[in-house]
Design a protein around this ligand. Structure first.
Ligand code: AHM
Ligand code: MG
Length: 331
């Protein structure tokens, strides 16, 4: 189905789901709650410097990282929007140790929602792009009982919806249900998301990389050699890195590029979390014709053993992801 730029998100959903009567009202309502929370977070991010929302709370989260005030706001906003709508039975959040159930009197819904409510939030004081990353699964366990671990700890191939919202110069929502990847820009004057990036496709190959190269001395030497080889001037490579996953990934999705967060001596499994960082972005990148790997296998083929499990991440144009995994397999 072809869509014109300027189509509202509502119309886009109505028309794309017309041929899928199995897509329940809950699915549309889930997206409505996500966009509502995204608009609220975008508004607060824009005013953060004025509203006293810059900076850290002084507390550490389960990952041992300092919690920013905006992290808490975003976490609470997404939770509140989702829990009352009867669309999710469980929420997994980077900000919370345990899965979040749906408190009475609210009714649990069909979906399991996994999110990093505000990734890259340590960048907020510098006005750099930050973002919300999410994916959803359909509930697996018997709906007459409480949700179980198997509802969240499952293969990325079972995702039914993934996306992110980047809060940058503008607010852009990028999402996919597996067929195509589409970007919608928020017009803050009317509070609507409009289709601005229809059917995003990644070229097979790129000449741009994004990584924290200061850690390269701690990487696998084969990866270091892979990167060094790309610096040969005649090849014309360049480097772009903000240090904010959604900002870096969004740039690479729109313009081409490979993002690397390898294991290091300090972070043996890398830094990024599989369930709500690696999975959603891998789902999007594959739907756009790219690839995502942990260096050994496709990210989406992995099955997390715990909610906050970390994974190395090589993600972007498929030829470069393939050449990195090949380099990491060689002796
Ligand atoms: P966060 O989830 O605590 O915000 O950390 C994740 C962020 C990513 O946005 C970014 O890719 C990465 O940390 C940057 O890490 P580094 O500073 O090690 O390059
Ligand atoms: Mg994060």
């Amino acid at each position: 189905m072809q869509f014109e730029e300027g189509t509202t998100l509502d119309r886009f959903l109505m028309e794309s789901l017309r041929d899928h009567p199995e897509a329940s009202g809950q699915f549309v309502n889930l997206l409505n709650q996500v966009t509502l929370a995204g608009k609220l977070v975008a508004a607060r991010v824009n005013r953060a410097g004025l509203a006293g929302m810059f900076g850290a709370t002084g507390q550490m989260n389960i990952q041992g990282e300092y919690v920013q005030k905006m992290d808490i706001y975003a976490n609470e906003t997404f939770k509140r929007a989702l829990e009352h709508a009867g669309v999710v039975c469980m929420i997994v959040s980077e900000e919370e140790d345990a899965p979040i159930g749906i408190p009475a009197p609210f009714v649990p819904g069909h979906y399991v929602f996994c999110m990093d409510p505000l990734d890259g939030s340590s960048n907020i004081d510098t006005n750099a792009s930050i973002g919300t990353i999410f994916c959803a699964f359909r509930r697996k366990s018997d709906p007459s009982g409480p949700p179980t671990a198997e509802d969240a700890l499952r293969s990325g191939r079972e995702i039914v919806l993934a996306g992110y919202i980047v809060y940058g110069a503008g607010t852009v929502l990028v999402l996919s249900t597996g067929k195509g990847v589409h970007g919608f820009t928020l017009d803050p004057t009317v509070g609507e998301f409009f289709l601005s990036h229809p059917d995003i496709r990644l070229e097979p190959s790129t000449k741009s990389y994004s990584c924290n190269e200061a850690y390269s001395a701690q990487w696998d030497p084969r990866l270091r050699a892979w990167l060094e080889a790309r610096k040969e001037p005649s090849l014309g490579w360049s480097s772009r890195y903000i240090g904010s996953l959604v900002g870096d990934f969004h740039r690479n999705l729109v313009k081409g590029g490979i993002f690397l967060y390898p294991p290091s001596q300090k972070a043996k499994a890398g830094k990024l979390r599989l369930l709500y960082e690696g999975f959603p972005l891998a789902f999007l990148v594959e739907a756009a014709g790219g690839a995502a790997s942990d260096g050994q296998q496709a990210i989406l083929d992995k099955v997390p053993k715990s909610l906050h499990e970390r994974s190395p991440l090589y993600i972007g144009n498929r030829d470069e992801v393939a050449s990195i995994t090949e380099a990491l397999r060689g002796d």
